[in-house]
Each structure stands twice: as structure tokens, then as C-alpha cells.
Design a protein around this ligand. Structure first.
Ligand code: MG
Ligand code: ZN
Length: 370
């Protein structure tokens, strides 16, 4: 009788521990994170993909969606430097700050935290690599305007892959230093002409592409498919040899279209960004271990998609509900809540309404990176 009891207890424990194992397996942490930031992009900008893209927008592939409040520590309306620092370091700071807090003290960014754990990191932008958004992921500067100082921080950083513009901040500097040489001496294979094929960079330790003097050309000026190709190449390079990775991809110029109240500029840049989102999702779907988070740092232009006002044959004004018109209310930023779209393991954590700096906290928690 005692033996039967012991056996029953043993069976119970074996069963119980099996159930627990299944539970643990379900909740495995994502091994890779791709954070895609559309600068200056609120719901109106995202919506343009659903009216103006000829194919189904990749934004439509997400199930887990939330909203963030993007206000900075200094202002109701953030700029891209404070917004990117919130994403890269988990702290709200003052407008203009790159990787420093409200006391002007450097704060650790995600690249610094995870490079120590042997996780590969990559940064892609259609601006200069020294521009506010990508800069917050490797630099510490009291002001976003100190581009040549920010370039020095890239040389000192542990970033493994980057692709953007900004060549002149590396090779036409006031201090006469040639940072391309300095990057090469730190195991970087540098290219200033065009993106390369994966086969050609496969053997490199680190790779950097600086493909314009400052910002990359606009889509309307034949940038082509740089952003989606760089996203694809970055994923292949950072995940080689089964490495885990974090990659930030920025659609930088949606913001610039908003500042200039140029609807066509906004839409062409947004559609290009949506293509890059598609590349990230294609990889994440196949991989199964990759979290994709897509958001914006703030809205630019106070954009609305309103109907065009027209006058009918009787001289009466009317709204043509079949003619969607991009109208702007400011040349600056606005503080509307910004949508967050998430896919992959842990993506349900991004539902709800929260602060922009919670994105960093959620990524670190879900991955177990910090
Ligand atoms: Mg930006
Ligand atoms: Zn802006």
C-alpha cells in the first residue's frame, strides 16, 4: 500500500513537471529584435499606405497594436533626439539630447548593454547615420547638432553593421581625422558606393555603408529600394553563424516630408518604409524567434486625410468623399499618440497605451537582455 502511494506521488510529480516544461517552452524569449522607427509618423501617415499603396500594406500584417505617449522630459511635444533616446535607453530626456539624461549624464543604450552579451547590433537609416534617431543608439551628446562628435562615438561603439548616409562627417572633418580609416582599423569593411551582396560581405567581421554625403536621396530622387535591401542585408549579416541580433531601421524622411508639408514626399517615404517592414516580417515569420516592433517617435505636420473641397455646377461648395487630400496644420511636430505594431514572441506585451520609453523596457524584459 505504501509502495503504491509512493508510486502515485512520483507519477504525479513527473506529470506536473512535464506540464510545467510545456508552459516554459511556450514562453521562450525572442532571440532577435528588429525595431523599425518611422520618423514623424502618426496614424494619418500610416493610413496613407492603406489608401495609396497598390499592394496590401505590411502594416496590415500585425495583430498586436498599442499606442504611446511621446512627450519628452522637457516638452509636451518631443523632438527626434529625445524620442530616440527614450527608445534606445528607456529614459525620457530633454529635446535635443542624444543618449544623455536631464542632468546631461550619459545613459547606457541598448547597443552597449547587449554587445557585452555577444548579441550583434545593426543600424539602418535614410538620414545621415549621425542624425538624431540612429545616433541615440550609439552616441552620447548634449546636442543632436554635434554631428562630427557623434561620428566619433560610432567609431568607439560596438555596432556590427550600419547602412545610411553621412559620409562627410567621417572624411571631411574639421579635425582632419579620417574616420573611414579608423573604422577599417576596427575590423570594419567600409563601402561608400552602394550596398553589396551578402556573399561579398559574408566573411567580414563588421560592415559599414555610408552612401551619401549627408542624408540619402529622397524616394522621388531615385533612392530606389535602398531601405528594404539594407534591411534584408542587415538581417542576413547579423544572423549569420546563428548569432542573435538587435537591428534598428529608420524611415528618416517621412518626418522631412511632414516638415515641408509635402504630401507626395510623405507618402513615397512611408510606402518605402512599409516595404522594409515587409522584409523584417518575412524573416520573423520564417525564423519564429524574432520580435518585430514598428513605431514612430512622434507625428510631423499635423497631417489629416480629409476630403477635397469642391464646387458643384450650381456653385455650391461640397466635400468630395472620394478624393482624399493630405492637409497639414503645422510645419513642426505634433503630440498625438503614436501607434505601435508588434509581431512575434512577446508581441502581446505591446498592447495598450503606455509611454515611449516603455518600448525599451518591454524589449529588455521580453528578451531577458536586462
Ligand atoms: Mg530621425
Ligand atoms: Zn522632425
Amino acid at each position: 500500500m505504501k509502495l503504491i502511494k509512493t508510486i502515485l506521488i512520483l507519477v504525479f510529480f513527473v506529470l506536473f513537471s512535464c506540464v510545467e516544461k510545456v508552459e516554459v517552452q511556450k514562453k521562450t524569449n525572442p532571440k532577435n529584435v528588429i525595431l523599425l522607427i518611422a520618423d514623424g509618423t502618426g496614424l494619418a501617415q500610416v493610413s496613407t499606405a492603406f489608401y495609396f499603396k497598390e499592394t496590401s500594406p505590411n502594416y496590415g500584417r500585425f495583430k498586436n497594436i498599442g499606442l504611446i505617449n511621446t512627450s519628452s522630459a522637457s516638452d509636451s511635444i518631443t523632438d527626434s533626439a529625445a524620442g530616440a533616446t527614450a527608445f534606445s535607453s528607456g529614459e525620457k530626456t530633454y529635446n535635443g539630447a542624444i543618449g544623455v539624461n536631464t542632468d546631461s549624464v550619459a545613459i547606457e543604450n541598448i547597443v552597449e548593454v547587449i554587445s557585452l552579451k555577444n548579441i550583434k547590433t545593426g543600424l539602418i537609416a535614410t538620414s545621415s547615420i549621425t542624425h538624431a534617431t540612429p545616433a541615440a543608439f550609439y552616441a552620447h551628446s548634449l546636442s543632436r547638432n554635434l554631428a562630427e562628435d557623434i561620428a566619433l562615438d560610432l567609431v568607439a561603439s560596438d555596432v556590427d553593421f550600419f547602412a545610411a548616409g553621412g559620409l562627410k562627417y567621417f572624411n571631411k572633418r574639421k579635425d582632419q581625422r579620417n574616420l573611414l580609416k579608423e573604422l577599417e582599423s576596427k575590423e570594419f569593411v567600409m563601402d561608400t558606393i552602394a550596398l553589396d551582396s551578402f556573399n561579398n560581405i559574408n566573411d567580414a567581421q563588421k560592415v559599414g555603408f555610408l552612401l551619401a554625403q549627408d542624408g540619402m536621396p529622397k524616394m522621388t530622387e531615385n533612392r530606389g529600394d535602398f531601405l528594404e535591401n539594407a534591411t534584408d542585408l542587415g538581417i542576413k549579416f547579423l544572423s549569420k553563424n546563428n548569432s542573435n541580433f538587435f537591428m534598428m531601421v529608420e524611415g528618416s524622411q517621412i518626418d522631412w516630408g511632414g516638415h515641408s508639408n509635402d504630401g507626395n514626399y510623405v507618402v513615397t517615404e512611408l510606402l518605402d518604409f512599409d516595404d522594409a517592414v515587409g522584409k523584417a516580417l518575412d524573416f520573423a515569420e520564417k525564423d519564429g524567434n524574432t520580435l518585430v516592433v514598428v513605431t514612430g517617435d512622434h507625428e510631423t505636420g499635423g497631417l489629416s486625410l480629409s476630403s477635397n473641397q469642391k464646387v458643384n455646377q450650381h456653385g455650391t461648395e461640397y466635400s468630395d468623399y472620394n478624393d482624399v487630400n493630405l492637409t497639414f496644420s503645422t510645419h513642426g511636430h505634433s503630440t498625438t499618440l503614436i501607434p505601435v505594431f508588434a509581431f512575434g514572441p512577446g508581441s502581446e506585451e505591446f498592447q495598450g497605451i503606455y509611454q515611449n520609453n516603455d518600448i525599451y523596457k518591454k524589449i529588455m524584459k521580453i528578451t531577458g537582455w536586462k
